[in-house]
Structures are given as C-alpha cells and as structure tokens.
Design a protein around this ligand. Structure first.
Ligand SMILES: [Zn+2]
Ligand SMILES: [Zn+2]
Ligand SMILES: [Zn+2]
Ligand SMILES: [Zn+2]
Ligand SMILES: [Zn+2]
Length: 291
C-alpha cells in the first residue's frame, strides 16, 4: 500500500508541475521535458523562457522517469497503435492528431483507413463490382496523371514578371564600398619604407599599402580614386540583376492544383457514376437504397 501511495503522489506531483520528472539514483530530481529516450539514456530539456538547457542522463544513473501525458504525446501513442483490422483505433488516432494540429499525419491515416474500408466494402460486394474501376469508385485523374498537380507557366512571383530584381549586393544603390583593399579610415601604422627604414605614418582614408623596393609604401587606391566607394560590380552599376528564380525570363513553371480533379488525384468513375457497382450508372438504385 505504501508503494502505491508513493506512486500516486509522484503522479500528482508530475501533473501539478506539468513536467516530466527524472529521479536519479543520487536522489537528485530533474523536472523538464523529456525530449529523447533511448535504451541507454534519457535526454531532458529544463529551464523556461529563453534560458533552456538539454541534458542527457545515462540509464544506469536513473532511478525512475515519469512522463507527463500531454495531448501531443497521447496523439503520438494512438497513431503508433493503429491496427489494420481496427477502424476504431484509426478514428481515435485521427481525431487526436487533428486536435493537436497535425493535419498531415491525420490525413495520411485517414487515407489508410479509407483504403482498408474500401477493401472490406469490395469484399462484401464481390461479383457486383464495376468492371471499369473494379469497385474503387474512382479512377486516377488523366489530366494530371494522378499527381493532383499540374505544371503551368505563370508569372514569376519573385520578380513579378519583370525578370529583374534589386541587386542583392548594393540594394539598388549601384555603388558600394571599394573592394580594392583601401583603408576605409585614417589609420596609424608603422611601415618599413622603400629605403628599409621604419616610418610611423598616418595612412589616409582611400590609400592602399603597396610593396615597393625593400619595404612597403602607400599610394592612392586606383580603383576608387580615394573615395572608398566604387561602382557595384555585381549589377554593373545598374542596381538590378537578372531574377535567379526565372533566369530573367519573367515567367516560370509553377505547380498548380490540377483543375480536373481539384488536386484530389482521382476522379469519380464515369462507368458506374462513382458507386463502384455494375450497372449502377445513370441514377440507378444505390447499394444503400436497396437495403
Ligand atoms: Zn466504376
Ligand atoms: Zn549592385
Ligand atoms: Zn579603393
Ligand atoms: Zn523572376
Ligand atoms: Zn488531376
């Protein structure tokens, strides 16, 4: 009884603090979010706000790990536990995934469930299935080859069809800092002159150091004429460059939803009117109405 009570207390504590708890054999207790668990170790993230820290503990130093059940983890567990012959397990997982905003995973499971249920329906209607779609009720869309999307030529969004974008190097200013290696500020420097003697010099803004004779000297930057500003080479001082996304053409192939199937990849079978059954096209009685 005492052991049970201790477990209950621990669970309550975990629920109240809304955190996972690692209890070490040393007696230390760490609260946080368990972000990874392996056979050999458990990794927990601790702290709050912008100060967060991740620490990994070896299993052989750990007494116990108590993980809080969050909706996200519940959804994760339900998704991992779906069984092919158990539609209810799928529905529970799909609902839980949607609740925590994992629509893509929910859609994937929904598609699996639909396929399983269709197979069951087909088995129950064997011998009466539409020969065209073999009971699938739908056929792959011919317009898009079943891909759900089509490539169409459209205006390039990056450059709005102009084929040109603002130069990324000078942002349209057409000029930028000189890249000729000139000093951008007046700079004190001790240099060895052409005569081999040492000189303390103030090298003026717009000058460059050059080797001359036995040592170094300085002269006006030939690239910028001592202004430290040079025409932008990237855009040849036009302020614009060819749009990289359309190679300057202004138009490019963009992916668009297939209009024929509205992106669903499949269209209802025309032979059976989407009922999946033989001779049911043209408003005949559906399976449901016959019962
Ligand atoms: Zn059909
Ligand atoms: Zn430029
Ligand atoms: Zn220069
Ligand atoms: Zn473009
Ligand atoms: Zn299509």
């Amino acid at each position: 009884m005492r052991a049970l009570a201790a477990v209950a207390v621990l669970l309550v504590l975990a629920a109240v603090s809304r955190a996972d708890v690692i209890k070490l054999k040393s007696g230390e207790v760490i609260e946080g979010d368990v972000v990874a668990e392996t056979e050999d170790s458990v990794t927990i993230r601790t702290g709050s706000g912008t100060i967060k820290m991740t620490t990994t503990y070896r299993r052989d130093t750990i007494e116990s790990v108590t993980r809080e059940e969050t909706p996200a983890r519940r959804a994760e567990a339900l998704a991992a536990a779906v069984k092919k012959g158990d539609p209810a397990s799928y529905r529970a997982a799909i609902a839980a995934l949607r609740e925590v905003g994992r629509a893509a995973d929910a859609d994937r499971l929904q598609a699996e469930l639909d396929a399983v249920e269709l197979e069951a329906w087909k088995a129950a209607h064997a011998g009466r299935l539409c020969p065209e779609c073999k009971g699938d009720k739908a056929l792959p869309c011919k317009a898009c080859g079943g891909k759900g999307s089509a490539r169409v030529t459209g205006l390039c969004e990056t450059c709005r069809g102009t084929g040109r974008i603002v130069c990324p190097d000078c942002r349209g200013a057409m000029k930028g800092p000189c890249r000729g290696g000139c000093f951008k500020e007046d700079t004190q420097k001790t240099v060895t002159g052409p005569d081999g003697k040492r000189y303390d010099l103030t090298i003026k803004k717009g000058m460059i150091l050059v080797r001359r004779g036995m040592g170094e000297w300085y002269q006006a930057c030939p690239k910028c004429n001592m202004t430290c500003v040079a025409p932008c080479e990237t855009c040849r001082a036009t302020g614009q460059v060819a749009c990289p996304d359309c190679q300057g053409k202004g138009v490019r192939e963009v992916k668009a939803k297939c209009a024929a199937c509205e992106g669903k990849c499949r269209v209802p079978c025309a032979a059976c009117g989407g009922t999946g059954l033989k001779g049911e096209a043209g408003g005949g009685k559906t399976d449901e109405q016959q019962r």
